[in-house]
Design a protein around this ligand. Structure first.
Ligand SMILES: Nc1nc2c(ncn2[C@@H]2O[C@H](COP(=O)(O)OP(=O)(O)OP(=O)(O)O)[C@@H](O)[C@H]2O)c(=O)[nH]1
Ligand SMILES: [Mg+2]
Length: 193
């Protein structure tokens, strides 16, 4: 799966030393906190996560030396109502989808619709991360693209990637994808799959 906007540069520039603010969304149990701390301390050291009440925020560095301040917002419906206060200064978005949760797809659609309706987030590059690909019977990336009608997303640069986020290597690749999106944020639709 490739994306025309996924072009990462090999060397970080001085501007990259200022962390890019990224907001990470997704329903409860999607795997956001697992990803955040895998990026921060490495997958092997993340023993378990507990549901996030409000948010976690950490600075993480991509393999190419780009700094990100990643805001991992709680997926709880009640917390989602308050999330707008964290949007200021965001330069990119991540949306995490649990591919084993077939029953959540309707709620994911609604949540994505709400995010696309936020004027403060309009045009921001978006990386979809499809977690739990290791679980038998989980939805494929292709199936999710179809179910969520992602080809209709034409107002921003986006990319999608399926992973088992318990795996170190796969998580590192995600940060490279993020570099690509942030650095080539032309507002063009990405070609994918
Ligand atoms: N098998 C498997 N488990 C995963 C994967 N990613 C996350 N998990 C597990 O899913 C559970 C929920 O992960 P969290 O990261 O806490 O979920 P969250 O999105 O932060 O959820 P909230 O904080 O409630 O919004 C944890 O037990 C994770 O270890 C994956 O790719 N595969
Ligand atoms: Mg969490």
């Amino acid at each position: 799966m490739g994306a025309t906007c996924s072009v990462s540069r090999g060397v970080a520039t001085p501007i990259d030393r200022v962390p890019h603010k990224i907001i990470m969304f997704g329903l409860e149990n999607a795997g956001k906190t697992q990803l955040l701390y895998s990026w921060k301390i490495g997958s092997k050291l993340v023993k378990r996560t507990i549901p996030t009440e409000e948010f976690n925020v950490e600075t993480v560095t991509s393999p190419d030396g780009v700094f990100y301040s990643v805001w991992d917002l709680s997926g709880k419906a009640s917390s989602r109502l308050r999330r707008r206060q964290y949007f200021g200064g965001a330069e990119g978005l991540i949306y995490v989808i649990d591919s084993s949760a077939h029953e959540d797809i309707g709620e994911v659609k609604k949540d994505l619709g709400a995010i696309f309706g936020e004027s403060e987030l309009s045009g921001l590059p978006l990386l979809f991360i499809v977690t739990k690909q290791d679980i038998e019977g989980s939805m494929t990336v292709e199936k999710l693209c179809e179910e969520l009608n992602l080809k209709q997303v034409v107002d921003r640069c986006w990319n999608i990637c399926g992973v088992c986020s318990l795996e170190e290597d796969e998580n590192t690749t995600l940060l490279k994808r993020l570099d690509g999106l942030i650095h080539t944020n032309t507002g063009e639709r990405s070609e994918m799959l």
